[in-house]
Unconditional design. Structure first.
Lengths: 880, 107
C-alpha cells in the first residue's frame, strides 16, 4: 500500500470513514492527540479508498482503530498523570492565594467530617457489642411470653427453666440463670455498694469472662463463694491477694460471710453484661428459684443458654410447646418460651429490648441522629464550597479561566481542575476533621457513655474508608463549579455576569438551602432549650429545692426497722436549727409502687401508684391539701383504715365526693380503708409521665427513705448536719443523700445533653454559613465595584449602596425562613409529643429563629458592604 | 545524549529527516512502511513521536485544517539539532558494534 501522492492534493470524491469508527476513535484518542490524529486516520483512509475501494479502506480503518486502542489508552493514562500534577500545582497555588476561602472551605468540611468520623466509630462500636464472647452466635436468651390479657408480655423465665433446659435438651450445651442485686459489701471498716450478679456455676460455660485468679469451673460451686471484678478486688483488698479472703455481704435482707474464690479480668467496655461481684444465684433469688411453684408467686430469673455446635435454634424452639410450655401454663395463664439471639440484644432487634440483667440496649435513634447531624453539617459545608468556588471564579479567577479557555483549554480540563481542587480541599479537611475528632473524643465519650478510640489503622481499615469518602466528597463538591464554569463562554466569564445573576439559579438554591438548614437548626435548638428549661422550672407541686432525700435501702434490717433507727435519726436531726421536718417513706420520689386494681364497672385494670408514709410527709415535702384532712395522731384509726389520694385519683374514681368514700366501693378490693383527704396533684414521677392516680397510707415502720426539710435554702451546711447525725445514728453505713431538685434535674440529663449537642451543632452550622456568606459578599461587591462607583457618582447614599449589596442575601434569608417554617413545625411537634408537659408552639419562636438568622446575615454582609460603599467612587471607576 | 535511541525512535527520526517539510504522521507512517516493508499500526507512532518531542529531539507545529481530513489540522514534525546529534550517536554506536561482525557474517 502507500501512494506517491501522499501529502499532495486530496483524491477526487473522497468520502469520510465509517461514522461509528470515527466516533470510537474520538473516544479513545487522548485529548492531546485529538486535534490531529483523527485527521491523520481520515486522510489515510481517503488514500486507500481511492486506491483499493471503499470496502478495503473501511476494513483498514477498523483494523487500525482497533490495533491503536491499547497504545492510545496507555498514552491517555500517562498524560493524565502529568496533567494531575499540573492541576495539583494550580490548586495549591490558588489555595495559597486565597487563604480565607481555603480556611472557610476546609474548616467547614473538617467539622462535618469530624462528625462523620465520630458517627463512623460510634456505629462500628455499636455493631461490635458483645462480640468478644467465644462463638457468641451460639448464645441465646430464653424468655417466656405470658398471655394474661390482650397484650402479651415477654418476661424472664421461671427459675427452674434453666437447669431443665440443660438437662432435657441435647441441643443445649450449657445454661445459666442470672439475676441482678445491689449488694452491700463490708470489709473491715469499709462499706461499699456494689453491682452484684447472681449466676449458676455454668456461667463460664455460656459467657467468656476470663478469670485472672481462681478456676472458673469451680469458682461458684460453694454456696457462699464470690468472684470479684478487678475494680471490686482493688477496692476491697488493695494490692493484697483477695483469694480465700472473707467478705461480709448483704443481699436484700440476708447478710453472710462469703469466701473469695476468683477474680475476673476487666470486663470489655462493649459488653451488655457487667458485674462488680459474681455470686451464686441461690443467694440472690433464694431457694425457691429451684422449685416449680404453684403459679403466681414463682421466682423468675433471666436464663441464657449456649447451643451445641451445629444445633439449630429454631428446631430447639419448636420443641418448647410440647415440653417447657406445659409447665408454664397454669390456671388462667397460658405461656410459651422463645429464644432470642444474644448478639442482637444491644441493637434492640425485634422485641428483644427489655432485660433485668443486661445493660440498657442502645436505641438506634442515637446513631441515626448523630449521622444525620454530621451529614447536615457536611452538606452545608459542601454548599459553601460550591458557592465559594463559583464566587471566587466570579472575582479572582475569571482571568485565569478565561485565558485558559482562550488558549484552548477544553471543557474537560477545567472540569478536572475544579474537581481536583475539591478533592485536595476535602483531603485537607479530612486531616483537620481527624484532629477535631480526636480533640472532642473525650467529651464525646462522656456524652455517649462510650469508650471509643480512633484507631484509624485498626481492623477494617477505617482510614482507607475515610479517604475514599473524602475523595468522593471532594469530587462531588468540585464537580458543580467545574461543570458550571467550564460551560460558560469566555466573554461571560470576563463580564462576571453569571454570579448571583440571571443564570445562577442553582447558586441561589444552594444559598437558600444553606440558610434554611441553619434556620431549621437554630429554631429547633431554641425549642429544645426552652422545653428543657420548662422541665427544670415547672412547679412540681412540692418544695423540691428545700428537701433532701436520704436513701436507707442499703441498711441492715435491724437498723432499717423504723422503730429503732428513724426516731433516733429524727430526734438527732431536729435538734439543729437548719432542719425543719423529717419524714419517713417507703418509696423514694419517682419510684412509687404500682398497684393494679380492678373495678366492677369495667374489665380494664387500673394502675394506682402507692406509697406508705408517716404523718410528717405532707409538711416535709410541702404538699397542699385540697379537701378533707391529712393523717393525724389524733385519729388512731388512721393507722390502718385511712388513705389520702391525689386529685387525679379523686377526679377519675370518685368525681362526686371523694372524702369519706371507702376503697372497696371503688375497686374490687377487700379493705376497710377510707379516703380521708385529697392532696393537690404533684409530680412524684418525672415530667415525662402524666400524673397517675395515687394514694398514700400510714406505714412508718416500712420506711426505706427519709425526706428532710430544711429551714433555709442554705444547702451545704444542712448536708453536713445530716451526714453527722446519720453517722451517729448508723455508723458504718453508706450515706446516700441528695436534694430533690438535683434528683429531678438528673432525670432530664439526656435532654440537657441533647440540647447542648444540637446547640453546638447549630452554632457550627451557622458559623459555617456566615463565613460562606461573608466570602460571597466580598465577591459580590467586587463584581459590583463599577456599579457602586457609578451609583455613588450619581448621588446614591451609603445606605442605598449597602442596601444594594445586602438586598440579595436578605431576600434569600427571608425566603429560607418562610420555607423552613413547616419543616421546623413538624420536627418540633415530633420532638415535643414525647412530653406530656410541654411548651406551646408559639409563632414568635419561629420568627425569632428566622429573624436571628436574617440579622446575622445582614450583619455579616454589611460588615463588608459598608467598606465597599465608603470607597471613593473615583478609585472604583478607575479600576479597569 | 545519555541514552542510545531505540530502533523505533531511530526510524522515526530518520523518516522525519527524509521527509523534510512534509513530515506528519501519515507520511511518516507511509515512509517507514515503504522502507522496512513491515507495516506498523498508525496509532503506534504517536506515542514515540510525542516522547521524542518531549525529549527535544523533534519539534512540531500545526498546519492548516483541510477538508480531506474532516476539517482537522496536520501536525508537522521537524528534527532539531539535538535530534541530529542523537542520530549521529546512534549511527556511531551501531558502527562500533558491527565492526568485525559484519565481515564474519557475510563469509
Amino acid at each position: 500500500m502507500g501512494s506517491n501522492q501522499i501529502g499532495g492534493l486530496p483524491p477526487a470524491g473522497s468520502r469520510r470513514p465509517p461514522r461509528l469508527g470515527r466516533w470510537l476513535l474520538s473516544r479513545i484518542l487522548p485529548s492531546r492527540l485529538k486535534p490531529t490524529a483523527a485527521g491523520d486516520f481520515e486522510e489515510l483512509y481517503g488514500w486507500i479508498r481511492a486506491k483499493d475501494g471503499p470496502r478495503k479502506a473501511a476494513a483498514w480503518y477498523w483494523r487500525h482503530v482497533a490495533k491503536s486502542a491499547p497504545a492510545f489508552i496507555f498514552a491517555a493514562l500517562y498524560w493524565r498523570f502529568e496533567m494531575i500534577g499540573n492541576y495539583l500545582k494550580l490548586a495549591l497555588r490558588h489555595m495559597r492565594r486565597r487563604p480565607e476561602f481555603a480556611a472557610v472551605n476546609i474548616g467547614g468540611l473538617a467539622v462535618g467530617l469530624a462528625g462523620c468520623i465520630l458517627a463512623f466509630f460510634f456505629i462500628r462500636d455499636e455493631l461490635s457489642f458483645d462480640r468478644f464472647h467465644d462463638r457468641v452466635e451460639r448464645i441465646y436468651e430464653v424468655k417466656s411470653k405470658i398471655r394474661a390479657g390482650d397484650d402479651p408480655v415477654f418476661l424472664e423465665t421461671k427459675g427452674p427453666v434453666g437447669p431443665a433446659l440443660a438437662a432435657e435438651f441435647q441441643e443445649v450445651e450449657a445454661a445459666t440463670r442470672l439475676a441482678r442485686a445491689e449488694v452491700v459489701v463490708s470489709v473491715g471498716e469499709k462499706v461499699f455498694i456494689q453491682n452484684g450478679l447472681g449466676a449458676d456455676p455454668s456461667f463460664f460455660d455460656v459467657f467468656s469472662f476470663p478469670l485472672t485468679r481462681g478456676d472458673s469451673a469451680a469458682a461458684l460451686r460453694d454456696p457462699y463463694s464470690v468472684i470479684l471484678g478487678r475494680e471490686a478486688a482493688r477496692l476491697c483488698f488493695g494490692t493484697s491477694d483477695p483469694m480465700g479472703q472473707t467478705l461480709f455481704i448483704k443481699i436484700a435482707d440476708e447478710t453472710a460471710d462469703y469466701t473469695v474464690t476468683g477474680v475476673a479480668a476487666e470486663i470489655p467496655a462493649r459488653s451488655s453484661l457487667d458485674f462488680d461481684l459474681l455470686l451464686p444465684i441461690l443467694r440472690v433469688k433464694g431457694p425457691r428459684v429451684d422449685q416449680w411453684g404453684p403459679g403466681e408467686n414463682d421466682v423468675d430469673a433471666a436464663c441464657f443458654i449456649r447451643l451445641r455446635e451445629g444445633a439449630d435454634a429454631e428446631a430447639l424452639a419448636a420443641k418448647f410447646p410440647g415440653t417447657l410450655d406445659k409447665r408454664l401454663s397454669i390456671g388462667k395463664y397460658s405461656g410459651s418460651h422463645y429464644l432470642f439471639h444474644f448478639v442482637q440484644y444491644h441493637r434492640g432487634v425485634r422485641d428483644y429490648s427489655f432485660s433485668s440483667v443486661l445493660k440498657p440496649c442502645s436505641s438506634p435513634i442515637f446513631s441515626i441522629l448523630l449521622t444525620s447531624i454530621a451529614l447536615l453539617v457536611l452538606l452545608i459545608a459542601g454548599m459553601n464550597f460550591m458557592n465559594l468556588s463559583v464566587g471566587a471564579a466570579a472575582s479572582g479567577r475569571v482571568k485565569e479561566i478565561g485565558m485558559r479557555k482562550v488558549f484552548g483549554a477544553e471543557q474537560g480540563n477545567l472540569f478536572h481542575q475544579f474537581r481536583l481542587e475539591g478533592i485536595v480541599t476535602s483531603l485537607a479537611a479530612l486531616a483537620g476533621g481527624l484532629g477535631i475528632a480526636s480533640l472532642v473524643l473525650p467529651a464525646f465519650n462522656r456524652f455517649a457513655g462510650k469508650d471509643l478510640r480512633l484507631d484509624i489503622l485498626g481492623p477494617g481499615w477505617p482510614l482507607a474508608v475515610l479517604i475514599l469518602l473524602a475523595v468522593l466528597l471532594g469530587a462531588a463538591v468540585g464537580s458543580y463549579p467545574g461543570w458550571f464554569l467550564s460551560r460558560l463562554r469566555p466573554t461571560e466569564l470576563f463580564r462576571g455576569a453569571f454570579f448571583l445573576g440571571r443564570r445562577s439559579g442553582f447558586n441561589r438554591v444552594l444559598l437558600l438551602f444553606q440558610f434554611g438548614l441553619s434556620i431549621f437548626l437554630v429554631t429547633t435548638t431554641g425549642f429544645v432549650f426552652r422545653q428543657h428549661r420548662y422541665l427544670l422550672r415547672t412547679d412540681l407541686g412540692y418544695d423540691a429545692g428545700r428537701v433532701a432525700a436520704l436513701d436507707l435501702r442499703q441498711m441492715t434490717p435491724q437498723f432499717q426497722s423504723a422503730s429503732r433507727f428513724l426516731p433516733v435519726l429524727k430526734s438527732g436531726l431536729l435538734r439543729h436549727p437548719e432542719i425543719q421536718t423529717v419524714s419517713g417513706s417507703y418509696s423514694g420520689m419517682s419510684s412509687w409502687s404500682a398497684m393494679i386494681l380492678k373495678r366492677d364497672s369495667s374489665p380494664k385494670p387500673e394502675v394506682v401508684r402507692f406509697n406508705q408514709v408517716d404523718p410528717d410527709f405532707l409538711p416535709a415535702l410541702g404538699l397542699r391539701l385540697s379537701e378533707g384532712r391529712w393523717f393525724s395522731p389524733d385519729y388512731p384509726s388512721d393507722e390502718r383504715g385511712a388513705v389520702v389520694v391525689n386529685e387525679t385519683f379523686a377526679r377519675r374514681f370518685a368525681p362526686s365526693q371523694a372524702v369519706g368514700k371507702s376503697l372497696s366501693e371503688i375497686f374490687n378490693y377487700k379493705t376497710s380503708a377510707r379516703i380521708i383527704g385529697v392532696v393537690r396533684d404533684f409530680h412524684f414521677d418525672s415530667l415525662r409521665r402524666t400524673i397517675e392516680p395515687a394514694m398514700m397510707s400510714l406505714g412508718a415502720e416500712h420506711a426505706r427513705w427519709a425526706f428532710i426539710r430544711l429551714t433555709g435554702k442554705n444547702l451545704r451546711p444542712a448536708r453536713e448536719v445530716i451526714e453527722k447525725e446519720f453517722k451517729i445514728a448508723a455508723p458504718g453505713h453508706p450515706f446516700l443523700c441528695s436534694f430533690l431538685d438535683e434528683d429531678a434535674a438528673r432525670q432530664y440529663e439526656s435532654e440537657a445533653r441533647w440540647s447542648l449537642m444540637i446547640s453546638l451543632v447549630s452554632l457550627f452550622a451557622v458559623l459555617i454559613a456566615c463565613a460562606g456568606v461573608f466570602a460571597l459578599a466580598i465577591q459580590s461587591s467586587v463584581r459590583k465595584t463599577k456599579e457602586i462607583g457609578i451609583r455613588k457618582v450619581l448621588g446614591a447614599s451609603v445606605l442605598q449602596v449597602v442596601g444594594l449589596l445586602t438586598g440579595e442575601f436578605a431576600r434569600l434569608a427571608v425566603a429560607a425562613g418562610l420555607l423552613s417554617c413547616p419543616v421546623v413545625f413538624l420536627a418540633v411537634r415530633k420532638i415535643l409529643t414525647g412530653y406530656p408537659y410541654r411548651i406551646a408552639l408559639s409563632p414568635w419562636m419561629f420568627l425569632a429563629g428566622g429573624g436571628a438568622m436574617l440579622l446575622l446575615v445582614l450583619a455579616t454582609v454589611s460588615l463588608h458592604a459598608l467598606r465597599a460603599a465608603r470607597t471613593d467612587p473615583v478609585k472604583a471607576l478607575r479600576r479597569e | 545524549m545519555d541514552r542510545i535511541l531505540t530502533r523505533a525512535e531511530e526510524f522515526l527520526l530518520l523518516a522525519v529527516l527524509r521527509l523534510g517539510d512534509n513530515a506528519y504522521p501519515v507520511s511518516i507512517y507511509d515512509e517507514i512502511g515503504k522502507a522496512t516493508g513491515s507495516s506498523w499500526t498508525l496509532g503506534a507512532i504517536y506515542f514515540p513521536l510525542q516522547r521524542l518531542e518531549d525529549k527535544g529531539l523533534l519539534t512540531s507545529f500545526l498546519g492548516d485544517p483541510t477538508s480531506e481530513r474532516g476539517g482537522k489540522s496536520r501536525r508537522y514534525y521537524r528534527i532539531t539539532d539535538a535530534g541530529l546529534e542523537a542520530l549521529a550517536a546512534a549511527r556511531q554506536a551501531q558502527d562500533i558494534m558491527w565492526r568485525g561482525v559484519e565481515w564474519a557474517r557475510i563469509k
